[in-house]
Design a protein around this ligand. Sequence first.
Ligand code: B12
Ligand code: SF4
Length: 507
Amino acid sequence: MNILFIVDTFSIIEPMGVLQLSGITNARGHKSFICAIDDGDVFRKMEEYRIDAVACSFMSTEAGGFNVLVRQIRGRYPNMPIIAGGPHPTYYPKIADTWPVDAVVIGEGDHVAAELLENLYSGKDISHLMNVHTKTFKNPQGNLVEDLDTLAFSDRELLKNVAPFKYIPMKSFFATRGCPYSCSYCFNSAFNKMHKGKGEILRRRSVENLVQELEHVKQNYKMDFVRFGDDTFVMKYDAWVEEFCDKYSKRVGVPFYFLIHPNLASEDLIRSLKKAGCHSIMLGIESGNEQVRRKVLDRYVADATIKKAFALYHKYDIKVFSNTILGLPETTLKEDLESLNFTLDCRPFYSGFTVFTPFPGTALGEYSKQKGYVKGADDFAESFPISMQSGSMLNTVTDRQREIHRNILTLAPVANLFPVLRNLIVKHLIYWKSNVMFDFVGFVVRNYCNMNIFPFGKSAYTFMQIFKKVVRIDKRNYAKDAPPPPPVNKEGLRDFEQTRLAATQVT
Ligand code: B12
Ligand code: SF4
């Protein structure tokens, strides 16, 4: 069977869920292909590759385009099996009833996606398959994948000739699944609840299995930087970490990046990771107000712990990319300014800010909806903004606050990189009207920071290829009060430049 995996956009980070599933379907003798709606060639690819079944993977911010696309595919190919999976179908399974798809898969697709596609293709029964919702049945969740080592390696061939990935010598890997925390704004709060009693939430590959995949990719593809995408790459400093540091430095030896919780900052751990090749990390601050962190975000980490973590990473010259959320429910501009100042005091290398987005299924998303804080709450999950950098979806946030948020998103990384400008930015510029100059400076600085956090080698040609992509994504994500993505055009394709970009032009 020829399977077409469809994603919304190719960013510079590989769609790992799809690569994982493609590895599994390939192992069962199928052939997979991939395309992105934004590239505007979905139907051409379906014809060219003689596609037998379509598998869509998307987040809530991407649901708008898929909503239209699956209707168009169904219109053209009434008998084509179409399935959907990924974060949006998982946390908003209602689309199984309202979209013309054959089935949606809730949560992990590893045990079910291949059989589901095979049975749909050959007209066999699918009603016994766990995690599957259709218009006629909603099956419960099956057990989580128990042993991650049993999964096929991600299928890197799928992207071998696909831009921009063919130019990018940074490769992503996952060592774990699950997160021990349950922050109220994050999908893990919903995932953990949904999978209670379905096996261990926290799972980790053996170091040997992980290092074998790293070696395989290093030998067969361009790889001069590794990005571990795990929610929390290290959950504690233990024998696994020691074995990883030892084997990674001897057998892989490429600088790497990962995400980690500030609670886990011990000097021994950071020293070992640095020695193994750690170049940069992502550390969540989320709010600069400890009470807000505890009461609103269910994030139990003290100010002093966060500051200590930053100090240790600075000591070992590891570049930190931080994340801070603005516009949280039941907070005001006062807390946003505290968050800005706290973040700047921590001196990350790159201070990333996002605006709170009430994702379906998350504790804080559902709370915001119940309290009536979400604009158009009835079907809000069908009309998401396209990024967490666009304006707030909460009706409790004033227009004035939205403008200040936008200036913080743009200018905080500038204040952080050039501390001499901090007073000017924090006391004056964030209150100005957003303007083209702020947008331009913000774009240059955040991309300079990104290039240092992910410093994979770039020839002039590679740089230009990636740059074109970055401009496209950046323009879309930072568009002022971006509306939901416009539907795909009459031909069933979304012409990115003409439709979405035009609709979300930075002003
Ligand atoms: C890497 C990542 C990104 C990358 C995406 C790279 C890419 N090309 O896909 C980047 C940085 C671009 C990104 C951007 C954003 N992200 Co993001 N991202 C992640 C992250 C950390 C890892 C995703 C991943 O690879 N997981 C590992 C794989 C193995 O798991 P998986 O993708 O879930 O796939 C499994 C199942 O979902 C399922 N499955 C997946 N697809 C399909 C398809 C079919 C047909 C089937 C059957 C099954 C199936 O099977 C897979 C294997 O079990 C997740 C958190 C997480 N841990 O998952 C957040 C996450 C997906 N992101 C999230 C968000 C909010 C965003 C942003 C909106 C943030 C922003 N900056 O504005 C943007 C969206 C931008 C846009 N395009 O609109 C949310 C999504 C919530 C939601 N309801 O949609 C998540 C869940 C994190 C969170 N905050 O809670 N993200
Ligand atoms: S620590 Fe990070 S990944 Fe884990 S629940 Fe909190 S926000 Fe989500």
